[in-house]
Design a protein around this ligand. Structure first.
Ligand SMILES: NC(=O)c1ccc[n+]([C@@H]2O[C@H](COP(=O)([O-])OP(=O)(O)OC[C@H]3O[C@@H](n4cnc5c(N)ncnc54)[C@H](OP(=O)(O)O)[C@@H]3O)[C@@H](O)[C@H]2O)c1
Length: 253
């Protein structure tokens, strides 16, 4: 048996129109999985993901348009996936948004926006979908270094990722007895559309590459490869962890 063969498995990726989401969709489709993904505003990104899945020979995906900020969106996504697939084996809470502002300028409105999309959606998707997951099911959330480190203008997103990582540990405790693992992936700096929102993008990329022991920053495909490993039976005893996928960036002082 090939532990990295996902033929017949059902995978949901939120934020599939983004760069890391697209790599996740393609990686699982290439290994035979049926993929559903969500997108919100990026029509071209959605089409690019459908094309990426077709390119690796995967079955046509279920593309769901949803605004994770909207009340009830997670429940609607879950219902659509369960109706189409009859259950779910792997869930990725990957979509993210957020307000990039100095910590002392943050308001309750910024809090609600960022927490709803980055943390509450994970809570609602997991509670809606975990009951129909079989033994061997996998749940993963995309975190970031801001959950544990102070990064300029990143306080709000960092707080939402810290909430996400706490939920990961508590869901792991709740779902472990059913043979379902729940973990977070923590990429370092990855050159995706998300970085366009950082005024210091060039500097970020340069410093990250220079400081990474592996000699380069991680790509979306690097993140997806680790996701495939964690979703496989080989990773059955990795539970409730946040796994850095950053070429060693975060080990440096
Ligand atoms: N890139 C990095 O350096 C990095 C580092 C650490 C962690 N991460 C994490 O990795 C994940 C993917 O990041 P990425 O770099 O691939 O980001 P990205 O390219 O900007 O993609 C973000 C995704 O989130 C979706 N999204 C945003 N707001 C939404 C909303 N209100 N409702 C539904 N979907 C929404 C976007 O959909 P539309 O575009 O269709 O609206 C898009 O698919 C995120 O959780 C991010 O925090 C990234």
């Amino acid at each position: 048996m090939n532990a990295l063969d996902f033929t017949g498995k059902r995978v949901l990726v939120t934020g599939g129109s983004g760069d890391i989401g697209r790599a996740l969709c393609a990686a699982f489709a290439a290994r035979g999985a049926r993929v559903a993904f969500t997108w919100f505003s990026n029509h071209d990104g959605c089409a690019a993901t459908e094309a990426a899945i077709a390119e690796v020979g995967g079955p046509a995906p279920l593309a769901i348009r949803a605004n994770l900020r909207s009340k009830g969106a997670a429940g609607e996504i879950a219902a659509e996936v369960l109706e189409a697939f009859g259950g779910l084996d792997v869930l990725f809470s990957n979509a993210a948004s957020g307000v990039l502002r100095p910590a002392l300028e943050l308001t309750a409105k910024h809090w609600a926006w960022t927490m709803d999309i980055n943390a509450k959606a994970f809570l609602e998707l997991t509670t809606a979908l975990a009951p129909s997951m079989p033994e061997g099911g996998r749940i993963m959330a995309l975190s970031s270094a801001g959950a544990t480190r102070a990064i300029e203008n990143y306080a709000m997103v960092g707080a939402s990722k810290a909430a996400l990582e706490a939920l990961v540990r508590h869901f792991a405790q709740a779902l472990g007895p059913r043979g379902i693992t729940v973990n977070a992936l923590c990429p370092g700096v990855v050159d995706t559309g998300a970085l366009q929102h950082f005024p210091n993008r060039e500097q970020l990329l340069e410093v990250a590459a220079y400081r990474t022991p592996n000699g380069r920053i991680a790509t979306p495909a690097d993140v997806a490869d680790v996701a495939v490993l964690l979703a496989s039976p080989l990773a059955r005893m990795i539970q409730g962890q946040t796994i850095a996928v950053d070429g060693g960036y975060s080990i440096l002082a």
